[in-house]
Structures are given as structure tokens and as C-alpha cells.
Design a protein around this ligand. Structure first.
Ligand code: AMP
Length: 176
């Protein structure tokens, strides 16, 4: 797959969900078995020797990649959801968005104490959501040695907030 260009499979939608935002849509990856397979194989190649015990993913698009990766690697998935969606006992974390507050939760029983959890999302913008997710997993006693996103927007400085956890992406964009 040397000539494969993932950019060809990412739909760009200007002014969504609001004026001035260029939305990088990964549903066009999911619509292409070639592109989806490329992503899952790349992820598996990157993490196969890194002793990852489980993958955590943020709803909803993050789940799709995490599920295929987990199946491929034969490891558990830890779903991290918006507040109020998980029925069991949860750990919760509030975090700031640009103009509002958000809250995410994880089932505390699903967080594996002392294990190495790869934390993932489809796209990393400011890194705020992943930062909150990382602290949830840490509170539950898991280690988060690595963070992964299919798409990265490094000009939003996510590495600073996610420091010192190494962040890997398959493709980066430099502007909105
Ligand atoms: P953040 O917490 O700022 O890193 O935002 C992360 C979440 O917002 C990710 O789950 C993305 O799916 C979504 N998101 C933020 N900005 C964009 C964008 N420009 N294009 C597509 N999705 C985005």
C-alpha cells in the first residue's frame, strides 16, 4: 500500500458545525473498506509490540475504530461516553469546551487496574476530551502509556495538554 493516501478518504466540510470550523469527517473512511482496513492495520502495526492490554475510546466515532482494533488485537474495549449514557457505577470528569462544559464517564468496573490502556479518539483537536478521558482512566487505576487519533490538528497544540503521554496520529492537518 505504498501509494495509499489517507487524505483522499477524509471528507472536508467547511463551516460545520459552525462558521469557521473545517470539519474533517472520518465517516468517508468507514465507507471505504480499503481505507478502514488501512487504518486498522496501521494501528495494529504501531502498537503490536507495545504491550497494550486494552483500548479506551470516546463516543461515538472513536468506538468504530477501537472496536475493529480490539477485535484484531484480541483485547478489551473500554467505552468512554457522554454523561448519562452508561447505566452502571461510573467515574465522571467535567471539562471545559470553547463556550461550555462537557462531562464524560466510564464504568469504573471496566477500568483495568495497573494495566496499560491505549487511549484513542477519531480526531484530536484541542486534546481537551482526551485529557479528561486520561484522568478518568488514571483515577480508575489504569496506566495510559499512549494516545492515538486517526486525524490530528497539531496547530491546536494538543501535545501540550496531553504531555507527557506520547500522541500518534495517522494524518495531520495544519490549519482550519
Ligand atoms: P477536542 O477535545 O478539542 O480534542 O475535540 C475532540 C472531539 O471533537 C473529537 O472527538 C472530534 O471528533 C471532534 N472535533 C473537534 N474538531 C473537529 C474538526 N475540525 N473536525 C472533526 N471533528 C472535530
Amino acid at each position: 500500500m505504498t501509494s495509499f493516501n489517507l487524505d483522499d478518504y477524509i471528507r472536508k466540510i467547511p463551516d460545520f458545525p459552525k462558521m469557521g470550523i473545517l470539519f474533517y469527517d472520518i465517516t468517508s473512511i468507514l465507507a471505504s473498506p480499503v481505507a478502514f482496513r488501512y487504518c486498522i492495520e496501521k494501528m495494529s502495526e504501531i502498537y503490536k509490540d507495545k504491550n497494550i492490554d486494552a483500548i479506551a475510546a470516546i463516543e461515538a466515532r472513536g468506538f468504530l475504530f477501537a472496536a475493529a482494533f480490539a477485535f484484531n488485537m484480541n483485547i478489551p474495549i473500554i467505552p468512554i461516553r457522554k454523561k448519562g449514557k452508561l447505566p452502571g457505577v461510573t467515574l465522571a470528569r467535567k471539562y471545559a469546551l470553547e463556550y461550555a462544559q462537557a462531562e464524560i464517564e466510564v464504568h469504573s468496573a471496566d477500568v483495568p487496574r495497573g494495566k496499560r490502556v491505549l487511549l484513542t479518539d477519531d480526531l484530536i483537536a484541542t486534546g481537551g476530551t482526551l485529557n479528561a478521558a486520561r484522568s478518568l482512566l488514571s483515577e480508575g487505576g489504569a496506566q495510559v502509556p499512549e494516545i492515538f487519533g486517526i486525524v490530528g490538528l497539531p496547530f491546536l497544540n494538543y501535545s501540550k495538554i496531553l504531555d507527557p503521554t506520547p500522541v500518534t496520529t495517522l494524518i495531520n492537518y495544519q490549519s482550519e
